[in-house]
Design a protein around this ligand. Structure first.
Ligand code: TA6
Length: 275
């Protein structure tokens, strides 16, 4: 049921043990309580000024992953105000809300295309599905990259491992974009890590130290693994110096190649998190 529908965010409560919180700013899901436990990391220093991207949660990266010449890095979707397209509704044993973002003068000034984004958030018992649909509502084709920049909450990064990447190519942004191959069964984090794995499996396993969280994805072929570690944490004003110990980003995306949409075409990209 829709609870405390404030002007900045909505909370969806499936039952007392399972609920999510979504800010209209960037349609940023900032909390996923599952079996009464928070699974998503949100920085205690995150700025909620409806300007800066929220530090944590699941920021939506569109129409560009990474730096670009048309505005802030990672595009404008995560810093625009989204609206409710379909109010929260019970569907079988899940609760679903749909949010949307359409082009406006501000976005067209940065990136001159007409689009509609639809973001379906579907909360189930022990699962959270997020489906991002990109529609080209204009008269010319455009291309984009997109990604769900999910911050997972962990107790101790030293106990975390991420699996199912062995043998895959990755771009190592910590080594000036060097092209490497993952040799490990399990990715562990003991230094700044910022890697773009291409053509990854559609099922990934995140061992948070407490449990194995499964990330199933569809039409999100790439996966970014990021932890800022010590130095980068100090450089982020909206992130505690010690917060690198309490989070890991495993980000399902479509970023290794640009997706082209012709007029009236659309594409859906889905991530389902399960305990
Ligand atoms: O997803 C990893 C990354 O691209 C890192 O390089 C780092 O920049 C991170 O995103 C956070 O970016 P942000 O713009 O949210 O500070």
């Amino acid at each position: 049921t829709l609870k405390d529908n404030m002007e900045n965010k909505i909370s969806l409560e499936l039952d007392t043990q399972n609920r999510v919180e979504i800010y209209f700013h960037g349609a940023t899901l900032t909390s996923w309580i599952c079996d009464n436990e928070e699974k998503i990391f949100l920085s205690s220093k995150s700025v909620f000024d409806n300007k800066k991207a929220i530090r944590g949660g699941i920021p939506i990266v569109f129409p560009n992953f990474g730096p670009w010449e048309k505005g802030p890095q990672h595009g404008f979707a995560r810093i625009k105000k989204w609206t409710i397209k379909d109010s929260p509704r019970k569907i079988d044993d899940t609760l679903r809300v749909v949010l949307s973002l359409k082009d406006d003068e501000e976005t067209r000034a940065l990136w001159n295309h007409k689009f509609e984004l639809e973001y379906q958030v579907i909360l189930g018992v022990k699962s959270l599905k997020t489906n991002l649909i990109v529609k080209n509502t204009g008269s010319e084709e455009f291309d984009f990259t997109a990604l769900l920049h999910t911050y997972f909450k962990v107790d101790d990064i030293g106990k975390v491992s991420v699996e199912n990447f062995k043998g895959l190519n990755y771009i190592d942004k910590v080594k000036n974009g060097a092209n490497e191959i993952e040799k490990r069964e399990a990715i562990t984090i003991d230094q700044e890590t910022d890697r773009i794995y291409a053509s990854t499996q559609n099922t990934l396993f995140i061992n948070t130290g407490n449990e194995i969280l499964t990330l199933d994805k569809n039409n999100l072929p790439d996966t970014v693994v990021w932890n800022p570690w010590i130095e980068k944490s100090k450089q982020m004003s909206d992130f505690d110096d010690e917060d690198f110990k309490r989070m890991i980003c495993v980000e399902a995306g479509k970023v290794s190649s640009r997706t082209i949409l012709k007029p009236d075409e659309q594409v859906a990209m889905t991530q389902t998190l399960k305990i």
